[in-house]
Design a protein around this ligand. Sequence first.
Ligand code: BES
Ligand code: ZN
Ligand code: ZN
Length: 495
Amino acid sequence: MALKISASSVAPARARVDVLAVPVAAGTKFVAGSDDIDTTLDGALTRAARVGGFTGKVGETLLVPGATGVAAKAVLLVGIGKPTDLTLDGIRRLGASMVRRLREHRTLGVNVLGAVPNSIDRADAVAALAEGMVLGNYQFLRYKSEARRSQLTSVSVLGASGTRVGAALAAAVVAAEATCWARDMVNEPAAVKSPADMVAAATKLLRGTPVKIQAWQGAELQRRKLHGTITVGQGSRRTPRFLRLEYAPRGARTTIALIGKGVVFDSGGLSLKPSNGMEQMKTDMGGAAAVIATMSVLHELGVRSRVVGFVPLVENMIGGNAYRLGDVITYRNGKTVEVMNTDAEGRLILADALVLASEERPDAMIDLATLTGACVVALGNKVAGLMGNHDAWISQVQAAGERSGEPLWPLPLPKDYRKLLDSEIADMKNVGGPYGGALTAGLFLQEFVDGAPWAHLDIAGPARAEGDDGYLARGGTGFGVRTLIELVTAFRKPR
Ligand code: BES
Ligand code: ZN
Ligand code: ZN
């Protein structure tokens, strides 16, 4: 069930909730807003902390039964470490650790704002807290027959008032819920998310929004010369689709193109992947899910730019009609590519999308793709690779990631490496040498960008989490959704 989060001006001690969460700084220091509760309880919280060995370290929690003077049935002490060290992402984690700890309870009052340092904007702090709580409450239980579902239904953020704070809170919940939709899609088995199923899921999600949906298949893909998508998808009985999504608010003066890799399952094709870990390749549509999820909230968030989404959807399989090594693809813009590895399929379908997007002359474009294992080797599974053709746009993207708590790190696109993609018979081949795989993949994509400032996010690492961690749950992370939302809401035409 969706978690309801609202701002409340009720005094903490009077909040009628199952649990009242109060922040405690390192060294068991009761910060403003929680000190008076301890006083109300005659120092009961201080004593409980001492007995429970609670010191106020980041992530530490201790549940203390309620007492007269406090309306809540129990009080949760939440460690925040050194208050001046608190960051927006720290607040997200704080939100997550509270809801994780209180899943068995129904209603929660949170009184953490007194602990937020002045350097952090109040509205930003409340937004981060709400995001952390919605994301931390996420569970994917669809296939668990004996699920222990979170019982939490509502959270009151105490001491949060004002329309600006309320609006920031509401927007944060919208962004976090969109992220949860993307997580769900990534976590679903490939068997239930064929390209056609993805179109159906997107259509359902976008119902009631002003986003215009075009879903192309079969002859329509041929007519539009989307040969990368057709070729990669031809080995699967579940045929490819291509989604074009358009949000065009009245009076829009700028256009942004969002592109997402939608490989619903990447077996590697004839360049078959090893069996070990192959199940993770259901994650290979994480970029597509991020784009679709973002498109679904643009209207609700009052985004003023026009935003167009391009999402190629395929399944990369082996089979009698699968594409082969040595095959040549001729793209819509006339460029030709020799396939040297059918497992480098993402760039082949993204090329279609980049050409189409370029034709619409957007003010900026960005693609998200679980593109290379090499990027995971370089940056690990928390940081996405960031490449592009325009420094100001790259900086804008990186700043959006920073604000969202989705770290993006710039990687170069060295001109000198372009020759690694030279082909014997075509304009280029789809793989470079053994080294610098994230960069040669980026250089390949760049060949299909025409004119617009473009950024590329290689999210192969952070699209999945190997364990519960902060506000991430094991499995799909929905990485990119919050950065894209931040990017389109605060969009400035890059110069
Ligand atoms: N989907 C994979 C990339 C990937 C790897 C995503 C690990 C998530 C985790 C992509 O299609 C792929 O297979 N890339 C190849 C490219 C190589 C053949 C040039 C890779 O990285 O090995
Ligand atoms: Zn692949
Ligand atoms: Zn792939």
